[in-house]
Design a protein around this ligand. Structure first.
Ligand SMILES: Cc1cc2nc3c(=O)[nH]c(=O)nc-3n(C[C@H](O)[C@H](O)[C@H](O)COP(=O)(O)OP(=O)(O)OC[C@H]3O[C@@H](n4cnc5c(N)ncnc54)[C@H](O)[C@@H]3O)c2cc1C
Length: 411
């Protein structure tokens, strides 16, 4: 049989790329090769329902186990692709097995960033990227234990919320002056810090962890100011390193991610890349982006599968994300980096509001807390480069439909 499409990685993007190829009528071989011991699964529940003990494997799998057989998709797990032989159009696995491809899709995501500090190897120090990481963390999270989370980003804060639910004593350490500093404005950071403190989480900002202490098991986290925090468990939640080395070593263009065009194609026409690992152009923001979100992974998967099937549909979307903490559903449309003005609509004390971010008068992002209408409207208006009437927007009595009707669009 002729070589078909090989997908390296068996995560969210990979699973969708395989499904989309079949949906678009691809009849050749499809092989997913993933280094984890699981078929494609969803990572968002790992810090939420899975850690809370409210989900089982069936709930987190991306597709039911029977799906892959039904659509004749080969899923190879526990196998790491070590290199790409571009002239021979083959990938070479760690165990020496070679798999030929007509088209290759790299969906290698990223790995948890480590502190690289003394004591990081101690039992009790965790990261959270994979299902196995989440299972190990969940097993360690006994009520009454002291958990120190290093990093006040979304994953760290979600784990803090889940751990409080499970009765742990939780401290979050954030090096910046506020949590979520890299991804949100001060209004949202203040809101989340307040909510977590109300739930009994200790949040320390402007604080750097320097080392983990203990003999073989963690007993504490030492801070840069030399003080010590007692800890039974630590979670290092300081972001992700994209897995682009495979592409880099194969001579593909990389820039802290695999560089692709709007069709998710690399500089080799037979090789595509999708998901967290890509650096891709975005016409809405006029710059290249590397995003870490399910929406991005799924949409790029559809774009790459479409391009292989000569159904070219350039990827150019408003990024969106979500985060669930306690009873708060945060939905984020767009990217707020570079904003010069914000407007809060709604009531922060009532847990129902949206922060709108503008740059040069144009809407670029919105963080909506329990405010789905604001979120949906923002997604549409960001795509159009909308200028909004601030008085209408600030007045919660004016429905979002009317605010949209009164907007001036620049795209
Ligand atoms: C705890 C947690 C919570 C999250 N919550 C949210 C959320 O609420 N909302 C949201 O939008 N996003 C969330 N995300 C992010 C989201 O899960 C990712 O954006 C998404 O999984 C990216 O999909 P991907 O296919 O690009 O990569 P991944 O899902 O990371 O899959 C990549 C796979 O490739 C494998 N791989 C890498 N190199 C090789 C190799 N050489 N050979 C074989 N296999 C390899 C990796 O082991 C991995 O299994 C969360 C992530 C985490 C970790």
């Amino acid at each position: 049989m002729k070589p078909g499409v090989v997908i390296v990685g068996a995560g969210h993007g990979a699973g969708q790329a395989a499904a989309s190829l079949r949906q678009f009528g691809y009849e050749g071989l499809i092989t997913l090769i993933g280094e984890e011991d699981h078929p494609p699964y969803q990572r968002p529940p790992l810090s939420k329902a899975w850690l809370a003990g409210e989900a089982d494997l069936g709930d987190v799998l991306y597709k039911p186990a029977a799906f892959w057989d039904e659509y004749n998709i080969t899923v190879i797990t526990g196998c790491r692709v070590a290199s790409i032989d571009r002239p021979a159009k083959q990938v070479v696995c760690d165990d020496g097995v070679q798999v030929s491809y007509s088209h290759l899709i790299l969906a290698t995501g990223g790995r948890a960033r480590r502190m690289n500090c003394p004591g990081e190897e101690l039992s009790g120090v965790h990261v959270l990227r994979t299902l196995d990481d989440a299972t190990a963390l969940s097993e360690a999270m006994q009520a009454g234990k002291k958990l120190v989370i290093i990093g006040g980003g979304y994953v760290g804060l979600e784990v803090a919320a889940t751990a409080r639910k499970r009765g742990l004593d939780v401290t979050v350490l954030e090096a910046e002056e506020r949590v979520l500093a890299r991804v949100a404005g001060a209004d949202l950071s203040d809101f989340f810090e307040k909510k977590h403190r109300q739930q009994g989480v200790e949040i320390k900002t402007g604080v750097m962890a320097q080392a983990f202490e203990g003999e073989s098991k963690l007993t504490g986290v030492r801070l840069q100011n030399a003080s010590m925090l007692e800890a039974d468990i630590a979670l290092v939640g300081i972001g992700l390193i994209p897995n682009f080395e495979l592409a880099d070593e194969a001579g593909l263009a990389c820039d802290n991610g695999i560089v692709v065009n709007e069709l998710c194609r690399t500089d080799d026409p037979a090789i595509y890349a999708i998901g967290d690992v890509t650096r891709h152009p975005n016409a809405i923001y006029g710059r290249s982006l590397r995003l870490e979100s399910v929406h991005n992974a799924l949409e790029q998967a559809k774009t790459a599968a479409g391009a292989i099937m000569a159904r070219e549909k350039p990827y150019n979307q408003v990024p969106w994300f979500w985060s669930d903490q306690y009873d708060i559903k945060l939905q984020i449309a767009g990217l707020s980096a570079g904003y010069d003005e914000t407007l809060v609509r709604g009531d922060m004390d009532a847990n129902s509001f949206a922060v709108f971010y503008f740059k040069g008068g144009v809407l670029i992002a919105c963080d909506a807390v329990n405010a789905p209408a604001e979120y949906m409207a923002a997604r549409m208006m960001i795509a159009k480069g909308a200028r909004l009437d601030r008085d209408m927007l600030a007045d919660i009595k004016v429905p979002m439909k009317e605010v949209m009707a009164g907007a001036m669009t620049t795209r």
